[in-house]
Design a protein. Structure first.
Length: 301
């Protein structure tokens, strides 16, 4: 590992932080340390770093805004690449939107609205980055990324840049091919359409109001924890199983929204994982439905 550190420093691949706690980098505010946290400042630094890590066969994990991720208490071995300035770009060309992989998905929906472009309103309540949204096929309110994405530029683990069209991503509910063939989304191109600015703004405002009323955003959380099973809503199943307010340590099934697990202050990843299993067991026993998580669990177990 020392050789990797030396070469990353000599190659000017960005800022390095050793044994860096990851809790501050996740919206759950949970997680042990990364052996190395690397923060590339430019796109070329990011590409050079991935090529170097591939050459040394050093494992790495990409980290955006940490909004759909649970980092284990033992942390992540190898290198964690924190995506930020290098990929926080956006530009509009007519009805096309070019957004960097680290750009805020919520902010993108607001910016598109100001440009008079409709189609991204559903993103107004989805935390995280554009890259994370492409990876997860993030969606809400009857729409998702697959309906508006034209193509994505992806940095493969080899350091090669490839362009994947919508059909290449094999989209399904909360799924893309990137979940089985990983890479870093460096840029996404969305096809929107012109609409009425006032109507778009009103829609975004109504979604924001609904989110503030129905989601426990004042506490550290990671958005929806469970995928909606076919023909069901996960939150409704959890609520009807009487699980709102169920706690393990510092982790709690939100009394406000049953598909949110909140960190009440001192939750550990172990608390969250234990609570997830308790919820899955209870829902399966009561309804015969197997819940699956949409949260990415990363790190040493």
């Amino acid at each position: 590992m020392q050789q990797v550190i030396t070469e990353l420093l000599n190659g000017s691949c960005g800022e390095l932080r050793l044994n860096e706690p990851l809790a501050p980098y996740t919206t759950w505010k949970i997680g042990g340390p990364a052996d190395i946290l690397l923060i590339p400042r430019t796109r070329s630094q990011l590409i050079d770093a991935v090529k170097l890590l591939n050459r040394h066969q050093t494992p790495w994990t990409a980290l955006g805004r940490g909004s759909n991720m649970l980092v284990t208490d033992k942390g992540i071995r190898g290198v964690v690449i924190k995506l930020g300035d290098a990929l926080e770009t956006v530009r509009f060309e007519g009805e096309l939107v070019y957004a960097g992989g680290a750009y805020s998905f919520i902010k993108l929906s607001v910016m598109a609205g100001k440009e008079g472009l409709t189609g991204l309103e559903f993103a107004g309540g989805i935390p995280g980055t554009v890259g994370g949204a492409v990876y997860m096929n993030a969606g809400a309110l009857g729409s998702d990324v697959s309906r508006i994405l034209l193509r994505a530029e992806v940095l493969l683990p080899t350091g090669e840049l490839v362009t994947l069209n919508n059909e290449d991503l094999a989209y399904a509910y909360r799924h893309s091919i990137l979940q089985t063939k990983p890479g870093i989304v460096t840029e996404a191109v969305f096809q929107l359409r012109y609409g009425d600015r006032k109507e778009i703004a009103a829609t975004l405002a109504s979604y924001k109001d609904r989110r503030l009323r129905t989601q426990p955003l004042q506490l550290a959380c990671a958005g929806s924890v469970f995928r909606n099973p076919q023909g069901h809503f996960a939150a409704k199943l959890i609520e009807e199983a009487g699980l709102k307010g169920l706690r393990v340590g510092g982790a709690e099934v939100s009394p406000l929204h049953a598909n949110f697990i909140v960190n009440t202050g001192q939750a550990t990843a172990h608390d969250v994982l234990t609570l997830i299993e308790q919820v899955k067991t209870a829902v399966n026993e009561k309804f015969g439905v197997c819940l699956a998580t949409e949260v990415l669990v990363v790190g040493e177990r």
